[in-house]
Design a protein around this ligand. Sequence first.
Ligand code: NAP
Ligand code: HSE
Length: 437
Amino acid sequence: METIGVGLLGFGTVGRGVFEALAMNGDLIAERTGVRLQIVRAAVRDLAKTRVHPAGVPLDFFTDRAADVIADPRVRIVVEVMGGLDETQAHLEQAIRAGKTVVTANKALLAERGRAIFELAAREGVAVFFEASTAGGIPIIKAVREAFVANHFTSFHGIINGTSNYILTRMTEAGLDFAQALQEAQAQGYAEADPTLDVNGWDAAHKAILLATLAYGIWIDPAQLSVQGIDSVGAEDIAFAKQLGWRIKLLAGIRVQPDGGVSVGVHPTLIPQDHVLASVNGVFNAIALHGDVVGDALFYGRGAGSGPTASAVISDLADAATALFSKSVPRCSGVRPHSLYGRIVPPDDVTSRFYLRLAVEDTPGVLGQIASALGRHGIGISSALQPEQHDPAGRAQLILMLDRARSGQLRAAVREIESLPCVQPPAKLLRVETLKG
Ligand code: NAP
Ligand code: HSE
């Protein structure tokens, strides 16, 4: 049986997970794939860092120079699990130019710079795999690219950031505050090195870009997306939503509009409490998609952490090993742009229902002024809630569930409402998605 040398760029949560899973299940993987995968070198940032030296590897297994791993003649597949943008892009391009097959879990890099990397790989005839970049252990990249190749996708709705979902779950179920819940997620290895991307929605947005790029064959500029993170959700919003029969989830939505444009966005969203996505909790991710041939399909699994991500990386390694024996770049790698879809819908033109929470003076006529302002923008109210309790400044909380409106139209109405003397800005605005149709 042939042994294929693998080099790791990074030996943290994911890199160590890959090493350990291959050590645990290497024989099984070899039986299934017909090749033995052997990690021969790993790059880390800090050689002096205290770390448990993995069993059975030589003392010079670690290097602090990624270039050493890429240039190592034993390494035929380079696995990038170190994160980062500029320097990491340079390493991947160096690996591609050296003819090494690439596996990466780096969604930020692929969403921001993927076009350059995939185009270089196509020119060089090198395969690039990225299953671990999106939704951790869920094989959604493979599903979209391979299993559902027969379909026009109508929509994707996904909970695709494990850290945000973990934080929202702990805030909802255990009453933890945001900082405590984030600390737990970091300790479990779910969060990014800089968790800002988890809580501001951009980690999920990067994954949504990759899914939409694969599904619709278009390169997407991140600046075209509307992205809002869970840092905009207060404990009171979670409680009010619950009272009204909804759950708040960080939801990535990708949808084909009637004119063929594609809307892509990430927002904390109220979804019905009896919808299956509402019961996706903790680090779990789920993606509900609709294809015109297959109909509805649902994927569920752990979205972050060492084991689930290692499982996805190793599935890529198995494909990468097979690709080494084929004469052409396999269809299960890279991204193939096509010409059937071409337009991302500007965020202001995307329609949704909305939840609006306002701190208002508790005087007669206030609701009328707000309803009039919404009416001037053509926006209807479907229900309203005003709890008896007031905030410490004596203001009342007014929660309005609004009818479907264009985002741009709604934002203009909210600007007008925030300027009313009876309203204390800022207004809190969240999306509402019934997930029907
Ligand atoms: P991590 O635990 O912070 O590990 C990063 C590893 O890369 C460490 O071993 C670090 O070295 C090494 N490294 C960082 N900069 C380096 C450099 N300039 N040169 C050489 N080595 C360098 O990160 P992680 O959680 O494993 O995530 C790695 C990648 O996988 C990221 O792109 C992340 O977005 C992605 N990902 C993570 C998960 C997850 O659940 N954690 C899931 C899916 C995808 P030291 O050990 O010396 O610090
Ligand atoms: N930080 C990411 C998350 C890791 O929490 O989902 C998985 O991509």
